[in-house]
Design a protein around this ligand. Structure first.
Ligand code: 13P
Length: 251
């Protein structure tokens, strides 16, 4: 069964509201006739305007995190209800920058994932090894742990709604892409872990993205790999033209 490619932009902490309006308006016509799924994961403060501007287009809007709790005394957190009310469809969970700078763990990733799923937000769960871990040959054990613990306790039906993004930390924002073979090898490994947790048939339906310096130049080669189903794009998602070239990699 063919997996529909999904190209998602992760704007990170970029784009004021005024800048977001400009970027979305520029992007809309450039990606209008793709068959691939297009998502932009924007800062919380841009969600409202992005959803309004993308209404009736093929661009879906996502957030970059979601609280695990429903509501209450959790200063600076944003709940699933808040995101849903704005029309948010996707949510990134467990990005390496959250793990690295904000103490996110597999346990908090798992709690956020369950909340997202319970509220019909489509999760993009990020996993990836650091350079040190790769050099010490620990890539597989690190990734296995992140996948097993991060996805623990979800149902098969929920697994099918969940997207996994493999983002080697050493390739993020560094201009250093994993080679397509490196990306394919690890993503194939992740699919194998999912197959062990559920079953092979289900694992073959789960979409797994690559992220880390993906751009108009390397997207074709990465997307030609059997197990790579899309991309999570940082820097190149901040320019309409670059992002549209990634989205339209198959044209
Ligand atoms: P870059 O594309 O800027 O390397 O960022 C990748 C990323 O972290 C997407 O979530």
């Amino acid at each position: 069964m063919a997996r529909k490619p999904i190209i998602a932009g992760n704007w990170k902490m970029n784009m004021t509201r005024a800048q977001a309006i400009e970027l979305v308006e520029e992007l809309k016509p450039l990606v209008a006739d793709t068959k691939n799924e297009v998502v932009i994961c924007v800062p919380y403060t841009d969600i409202d305007v992005a959803v309004q501007l993308c209404a009736g287009t093929n661009i879906k809007v996502g957030a970059q995190n979601v609280a695990w709790a429903k509501k209450g005394a959790f200063t600076a957190e944003i709940s699933a209800d808040m995101l849903k009310e704005l029309g948010t469809e996707y949510v990134i969970i467990g990005h390496s920058e959250r793990r690295q700078y904000f103490g996110e763990t597999d346990a908090s990733v798992n709690a956020r994932l369950k909340t997202a799923l319970a509220n019909d937000l489509k999760p993009i769960v990020c996993v990836g090894e650091t350079l040190d871990q790769r050099e010490k040959n620990r890539t597989k054990s690190v990734i296995r742990k992140q996948v097993i613990n991060g996805l623990a306790g979800i149902s098969a039906e929920e697994m099918l709604k969940t997207i996994i993004a493999y983002e080697p930390v050493w390739a993020i924002g560094t201009g250093k892409t994993a080679t397509s073979e490196q990306a394919e090898e690890t993503i194939k490994f992740i699919r194998g872990v999912v197959a062990k947790m559920f079953d092979r048939k289900l694992a073959n339906k789960v979409r797994i993205q690559y992220g880390g310096s993906m751009n108009p130049k390397n997207v074709k080669e990465l997307m030609a790999m059997r197990n790579i189903d899309g991309g999570l794009i940082g820097g190149a998602s901040l320019k309409a033209n670059d992002f549209s070239l990634v989205v339209n990699f198959d044209k």
